[in-house]
Every structure is written in structure tokens, then in C-alpha cells.
Design a protein around this ligand. Structure first.
Ligand SMILES: Cc1ncc(C[n+]2csc(CCOP(=O)(O)OP(=O)(O)O)c2C)c(N)n1
Length: 266
């Protein structure tokens, strides 16, 4: 509890009251506080955010880092790892940030495999700029920019990350406990960890039954070392409607990291 308190900045919070970003903040702080209680120091961590509602998380966690540009979270994370390979680097993006502007970085980071933990707050809209559709917005979603509704199939980032050879691929709901648990697992994983958080936006993209449809892969005995099974599970939710939505760790396998390959002779 004390360690968690130490992670607070005291900066007034400007998220909407009731925003699920509060749950993400609490889950992340709990996970980091536990790492600190087990011997890590605050100075061992660095955080990076992009631009958007999610990115304000940077202001509310008392750790070193860089509030970077829209879509450029991952190259900044990689730069940090190159400069200081022992830093525990956590990146935060929105779905617009990660899957639109920053998409090329995401694919290559999964391939490069630096030991970076990457959290995507997926509310299926560009929230800060008032609700335009992103690459994961469902068919038919309407806003002022898209009055006839979205006509393009959403991207499935879990499938994309699996195809790009990411070594740790997870999805959880914006629930404090789930976030804490999956981030703790990600910290144990040596390599790039992709964690998508399904985060309702209480203004532009409400939950609409998503939480009830989610079930735990781990409780169902899913074999996270099986890539084909992970792909099958990823297909259960295409970001439109679904009967049930898998959550937890889809896939995990360690391999040489970017640092192992390129920074060995330092
Ligand atoms: C290079 C660049 N392009 C566009 C913008 C405008 N912009 C600011 S926030 C934002 C939306 C962010 O959406 P998302 O990443 O999904 O985060 P959310 O606000 O939903 O948390 C956009 C498009 C910008 N700041 N910089």
C-alpha cells in the first residue's frame, strides 16, 4: 500500500469521472508496487505514453519516462532499451495510437522482441478527439465523421500480433485485478509483451455487454504455448459482435530479445 502511494504524482486527474482509465491506472500501479515490494526500485522503471486520453496516465504515475508523440510510443521504448537495457520499460497507447498512427512500429516491435511491456487501452474510438472510429471500431458505428456508419471490417490485433511473432499476447478487461495479474505475468516474460485492455469509453463507446461475454482462457485450461490454439481463440472475437470473448494470455513463448541479439558486446 505504501509503495503504491509513492507512485502517485498528486497531479489533478482530468479523465471523465467513471472512466475505465482509472481501473487501468490502479491495476498498473498495483503491479509495479508489488515489483517494488519484491526488490525492484522506482528507478528501474520507465514509462512512455502517446497522445490521447490514455496518455494522461503518464501524469499520474510517479516514474521516470517520456510522454511522446501520437503513435510513436514503441520507437521511444526501443530507444530507452538500447540506451539502458536494464530498464523495465512500459509503453501505453490507445487503439488509435497503436493501430492507426503507430501500426508499423507495432508490427516491427513484435518482430524485434525488445523486453518492453506494451499496454493498449482499446476503447474502439479516438476518444480525446471526440469519438471518431479507429481500426478496431465495429461495423456500423456512427459518429459525426462517419454518419453512414463504419463500413470497413475491424482489424483483429490479437491475430496480427500472433502473425507478427509476438512472444506474449494477452487481452484483458479494464478491471484492476485482471490488469495487475497480466502485467505481473508480463514482467516475468523476457521479451516484448503485448497486452490489450478492452476499455469501454463511457462517453463515445460504452460497454454494451462486452464484460459479460468475456471468459478466462486460463480458467479453461488454454495451452498458452500453442500458437495454433491461440489463433483459434483469437478468431472468437472479431471486434464486432461475439457470443463470447476470450481474455487472458493467448500465447507465450520466449526467444532471443533485441537486446540479446544486438547489445551483447557492450
Ligand atoms: C501526429 C498526430 N496526429 C493526430 C493527432 C490528434 N490526436 C490527438 S489525440 C488523438 C486520438 C487518440 O486516440 P487513441 O489513441 O485511441 O486514444 P484515446 O484518446 O482513445 O485514449 C488524435 C487523433 C495528434 N495529436 N498527433
Amino acid at each position: 500500500m505504501k509503495a503504491e502511494t509513492n507512485l502517485s504524482t498528486g497531479i489533478p486527474n482530468t479523465w471523465c469521472p467513471g472512466c475505465f482509465n482509472f481501473s487501468i491506472l490502479a491495476g498498473v500501479k498495483n503491479a509495479i508496487a508489488k515489483e517494488i515490494a519484491e526488490g525492484k526500485k522506482k528507478e528501474d522503471f520507465a514509462i512512455v505514453s502517446g497522445i490521447g486520453c490514455h496518455a494522461k496516465i503518464f501524469d499520474y504515475i510517479h516514474l521516470n519516462g517520456i510522454n511522446s508523440l501520437h503513435g510513436r510510443v514503441l520507437p521511444v521504448c526501443l530507444g530507452m532499451k538500447v540506451a539502458k537495457p536494464n530498464l523495465s520499460v512500459i509503453g501505453f497507447s490507445g487503439d488509435g495510437d497503436a493501430y492507426a498512427e503507430g501500426m508499423e512500429h507495432l508490427i516491427h516491435m513484435a518482430r524485434f522482441n525488445p523486453d518492453v511491456k506494451y499496454i493498449v487501452h482499446n476503447n474502439q474510438v479516438f476518444a480525446l478527439t471526440v469519438g471518431q472510429p479507429t481500426p478496431t471500431t465495429e461495423l456500423g458505428y456512427k459518429d459525426k465523421t462517419t454518419p453512414d456508419g463504419v463500413k470497413l471490417m475491424p482489424l483483429n490485433p490479437i491475430k496480427l500480433m500472433l502473425a507478427a511473432n509476438a512472444g506474449f499476447v494477452a487481452r484483458v478487461y479494464a478491471d484492476v485485478k485482471q490488469i495487475e495479474e497480466v502485467l505481473r505475468e508480463a514482467f516475468k516474460h523476457k521479451g516484448f509483451a503485448f497486452i490489450e485492455i478492452i476499455q469501454p469509453c463511457i462517453i463515445f463507446h460504452k460497454d454494451e455487454g462486452v464484460k459479460e461475454k468475456m471468459y478466462s482462457l486460463q480458467e479453461q485450461g488454454h495451452d498458452r504455448s500453442n500458437w495454433q490454439e491461440a489463433m483459434k481463440k483469437a478468431e472468437e472475437f472479431d471486434y464486432n459482435n461475439a457470443e463470447k470473448i476470450p481474455s487472458g494470455i493467448f500465447y507465450q513463448k520466449e526467444r532471443a530479445t533485441f537486446e540479446d541479439i544486438f547489445l551483447r558486446y557492450r
